[in-house]
Design a protein around this ligand. Structure first.
Ligand code: DGT
Ligand code: MG
Length: 610
């Protein structure tokens, strides 16, 4: 339900256009009523053979309403679509602004193809909000008032009949449609997203499906979803047809009642018979305002489901319920944007945290000591702790390795440093301040990262490199590629640095991709370096070559190295051994070997394997 407020607020930012569009919409329907009423009046008057001059005004009226209806309709459509698309683009921008700081960690939980199709479809659905949910009831209300007053001029009971029919067709029929079609709107939204995921899954996972002989099964599942979707859409179409028939019936019934009452009034001499046709046909036309109301609940349901999902992505679970701001300083970016949001539309006094983010610090190049103090972290409140009471300090310029078996929380530490997530207990600080006090973009600017799953863009090698430093010269690009042992391979390609590497870099081998990622971070030249299994996937000779290069790069930089490879760790200032989210051993390589503990065991095993 919160999403209704959100959508309305977004829309009301354009209130002058909206008022005008609503006004035009009422004028369009009024013209329709006018056209029918004036025509009926003209016919009735003409039947009495009056002098032609007597008919002139009515003839002009018919012409006027005939033309004005088209013009008003055009202007109304133009304006209402203009508003709709403005709102849509605003939703897209706001949405992007809000999820961008969270990416990629928080979005990682959602499969990207599902996410993308969801976002696109959910935003698209919002175009119905003004056109099919918000505007029709308002327009219908004003038509009822306007035409009701017109009828009251002849007899107030005519207005009562109109009002009763409007209420039945505009309130009771939609309510009935809502009862009969409960949940179908939501189901359609869900099934569409599911279908998109299945299509994407089938295409992206073709290799696996083929090799495991699962193509047939996949197609069956796909067909099942498709059938369900068609079934839902069939139900909605039936419901729409039923409601249109019902509304039509009520409209005709209304016209008939007006006619019957009119005849009685004529008999009593309280109404001129010439007006009879005008009142009846005018009534019939006024129902143009009521027809769209039947499906309002259906569209509203779809709007709510999609808007709720959009909001869910923007505001993660933890920020919704009561939270301890000091301890669990959950993504401040989110808060910041929410403040902006409310400020724009509601309250300008909340101006404590302004748009440019003043008060947010910029990291100082000479004070980059990184420290974790009793940090505990989990991804969801319902999930187990991933990090427990982790404390360590990395003085500026020193090198720390984090080792430990798979799943112990190594990458999670990186996610916290980059503020893709914030810790729930404890504090992470840089220099003399805790991380959330820094401007998030400035913070990320000083950190170079090679992750386990580097993403390469479907662009040329050069463009992928330039991502790290758009101003880099060709010479710089070649130098870094040489350092990452990639230059020779690149020049062997027909188009050299301008070769396209395909989606996700699929035209490169795993090792080449990793080296491209290293070249990128070399180019970024950031004072803090994070290497999460940077050399994984390379053959052992290239691995040690690349690692040598990486070690050279570490000179003078604060470095966090996550590795499974124990060779070369002698040069690290400190090694942290992680087990089940806790640091169980720490010290230099020599100290840890001397200690003959868990690290020593792992090191022996590693040596034995290699
Ligand atoms: P690795 O890369 O296999 O050597 O393992 P680590 O040490 O890098 O493990 P890490 O930090 O990626 O994961 C630690 C635990 O947290 C593991 O049980 C999986 C879980 N986890 C990781 N990422 C997410 C996430 O985005 N959402 C949730 N809910 N859990 C996650
Ligand atoms: Mg990892």
């Amino acid at each position: 339900m919160k999403s209704i407020g959100w959508l309305t607020r977004l829309m009301l930012a354009y209130w002058p256009r909206i008022l005008l569009a609503l006004f035009l919409s009422v004028l369009t329907i009024t013209s329709h009523i006018g056209l029918m009423a004036a025509s009926a009046y003209l016919l009735a008057r003409a039947a009495l053979h009056p002098p032609i001059l007597d008919l002139m005004v009515t003839i002009v009226g018919v012409r006027f309403f005939g033309l004005s209806r088209a013009v008003f309709r055009y202007l109304e459509r133009y304006l209402s679509h203009d508003v709709t698309f403005r709102v849509l683009s605003q939703i897209r921008v706001k949405f992007y602004e809000q999820i961008e700081p969270l990416a990629p960690a928080r979005l990682g939980g959602l499969r990207s193809e599902d996410l993308l199709s969801r976002i696109v479809a959910d935003v698209e659905t919002q175009q119905n909000f003004y056109l099919r949910v918000f505007a029709p009831p308002i327009a219908a209300f004003f038509v009822l008032i306007g035409y009701g007053i017109f009828l009251a001029n002849y007899d107030i009971r005519l207005s009562y009949i109109l009002a009763a029919c409007f209420v039945i067709a505009g309130v009771i029929v939609p309510w009935l449609v809502k009862r009969l079609g409960q949940g179908i709107g939501a189901q359609i939204i869900f099934l569409k997203a599911h279908l998109n995921t299945q299509v994407a899954d089938g295409l992206l996972g073709m290799t696996e499906l083929l090799s495991y002989h699962q193509v047939g099964d996949h197609l069956i599942k796909f067909r099942e979803t498709n059938d369900e979707l068609i079934e839902c859409e069939r139900k909605i179409t039936k419901l729409a047809a039923f409601s249109a028939a019902l509304t039509g019936l009520i409209a005709n019934l209304g016209m008939w009642l007006i006619l019957v009452l009119g005849i009685l009034l004529v008999e009593k001499g309280r109404l001129n018979g010439v007006n009879l046709g005008m009142l009846a046909l005018g009534t019939l036309s006024s129902f143009e305002a009521v027809f769209p109301l039947a499906l309002v609940p259906h569209h509203l349901e779809q709007n709510l489901v999609s808007a709720d999902r959009l909001l869910d992505l923007m505001k993660p679970e933890e920020t919704k319920d009561g939270r301890d701001r000091k301890k669990h300083d959950y993504n401040r970016e989110n808060d910041k944007i929410r403040h902006e949001d409310s400020r724009e539309h509601e309250d300008s006094s909340k101006n404590e945290d302004s748009r440019e983010n003043p008060g947010k610090l910029i990291p100082r190049a000479d004070n980059l000591k990184l420290s974790f103090q009793e940090v505990s972290f989990r991804y969801e409140k319902t999930e187990p702790w991933v990090l427990k009471d982790v404390s360590f300090t990395i003085p500026q310029g020193s090198k720390v390795a984090i080792v430990g078996s798979s799943g112990v929380g190594k990458t999670s530490i990186i996610n916290l440093i980059l503020r893709f997530w914030d810790c729930e207990k404890g504090e992470i600080s840089l220099g003399d301040h805790s991380l959330p006090e820094y401007d998030i973009e400035e913070l990320r600017r000083i950190i170079g990262v090679v992750t386990q799953k580097t993403y390469l863009f479907n662009a040329t090698i050069k463009e992928n490199l330039l991502l790290a430093k758009p101003s880099a010269t060709n010479q710089e690009l070649m130098d870094t590629a040489r350092q990452a042992k990639l230059h020779e391979f690149i020049t062997s390609l027909p188009n050299g640095y301008d070769s396209y590497i395909g989606e996700g870099g699929f035209k490169l081998s795993g090792g080449q991709r990793q080296r491209l990622a290293i070249a990128r971070v070399l180019l970024k030249n950031a004072p803090i370096l994070i290497l999460d299994e940077a050399a994984a996937g390379l053959d052992s000779i290239t691995e040690s070559e690349v690692l040598n290069e990486v070690y050279r790069l570490m000179e003078g930089r604060t470095t966090i190295l996550i590795t499974h490879n124990f060779s070369g760790l002698e040069i690290m200032d400190e090694i942290l051994l992680l087990k089940e989210g806790r640091i169980i051993e720490r010290g230099t390589h020599a100290e840890l070997l001397q200690h003959e503990g868990a690290y020593w065991e792992l090191w022996k095993r590693d040596r034995f394997i290699n």
